[in-house]
Write a protein of this length. Structure first.
Length: 325
């Protein structure tokens, strides 16, 4: 039996507790129906017998207390809710137990912004991690020693697993199902829960949020200039001159402040604007391309797909109902 310990932290998302419990229990039933023994011993574990969530709106009864668990095979850390620093502080007593279990050989998987709690253990330092695209900037600020892998649905390194935003954690759960059982069982689970088993990127859903939570006023000025001049072909030298900095010094400060190179930032701002056009207007590909300052169709298509995971046409057809009328 694989012992699966689903943590029930304070300030966590109820669905991210219930869904893994549902999936692993369903997989057990699939295995019984196929003539095999159930594989997973699934427990909801915590510091207390009952944990209240969403300011008392919901409560979850744990089946086992952490102090009674000597070893387990897999720990699931659900998504947290609300302010991340507050959520981490309210669950600080969980951290030593997670670290101790990991040292004993336990695998640990964080779902969505559960990555904040996992990173708080220090186990992710020097390693890669996925989390919700909307929290990546905050995550980088809080955990600079962890490498955030943008766009990825699933990241695995040294028995540590993390997933992208919101429902992306279903893909991590299917990944773990396949690892512990087989491909056939994982496919069955994906069909039962109506989840695309091989989706490997959350880039399609990401909205670029320019990193402005810093104190470099010169770089903020440049960011605002870029966002106000979407149609222009902006050069790095032009931006450096705008704030009276040498190019090398400017590029270094920009990367430190925004976690993006200057060209990455320019392209992401332009592509974010292009996405909005594709979602809300009837403009064709070339019109949008020119509106955001590109003149080379191939280059625009390549950059757009690199950032979003879809071609401009695929993106428009996916998100704009007017495009299929």
């Amino acid at each position: 039996m694989k012992r699966v310990s689903i943590l029930v932290p304070e300030n966590s998302v109820m669905q991210a507790i219930a869904d893994p419990q549902y999936l692993f229990s369903a997989v057990n039933q699939f295995m019984v129906v196929s003539g095999r023994k159930p594989l997973f011993d699934v427990q909801l574990v915590g510091l207390k017998r009952q944990v209240k969530l969403n300011e008392g709106l919901f409560s979850v009864n744990t089946s086992q207390l952490l102090k009674d668990i000597e070893t387990t095979d897999l720990i699931i850390i659900p998504a947290l809710f609300g302010d991340m620093k507050t959520a981490i502080a309210s669950n600080s007593k969980l951290l030593p137990w997670i670290k101790d279990q990991y040292k004993k050989g336990t695998e640990v998987a964080s779902l969505c912004v559960g990555a904040f709690l996992l990173a708080s253990t220090g186990l992710l330092n020097g390693k890669k991690c996925s989390t919700h695209w909307g929290f990546q900037n905050e995550f980088r600020e809080m955990f600079p020693e962890v490498e955030v892998v943008e766009g990825h649905i699933i990241t695995e390194e040294e028995r540590l697993y993390s997933s992208g935003g919101a429902n992306s954690y279903w893909n991590l759960l299917l990944y773990l199902t396949e690892k512990y059982t087989d491909r056939e069982t994982a496919i069955l689970a994906s069909k039962y829960f109506a989840i695309d088993i091989d989706r490997d990127s959350q880039a399609t859903f990401a909205m670029f949020q320019g990193q402005k939570n810093h104190t470099d006023e010169s770089i903020k000025l440049v960011q605002e200039y870029i966002e106000a001049n979407i149609q222009e072909r902006i050069t790095i030298d032009q931006l450096a001159d705008l704030v009276s900095l040498g190019r090398r010094s400017f590029e270094r400060r920009f990367k430190i402040a925004t976690s993006n190179s200057v060209l990455q930032y320019i392209n992401r701002v332009k592509i974010e604007t292009a996405k909005r056009f594709f979602e809300t207007s009837r403009k064709n590909i070339n019109e949008v391309m020119y509106d955001v300052g590109y003149s080379d169709t191939k280059a625009f298509r390549t950059i757009f797909k690199k950032i979003t995971g879809l071609t401009p046409i695929e993106y428009r057809n996916k998100y704009n109902k007017m495009s299929v009328e």
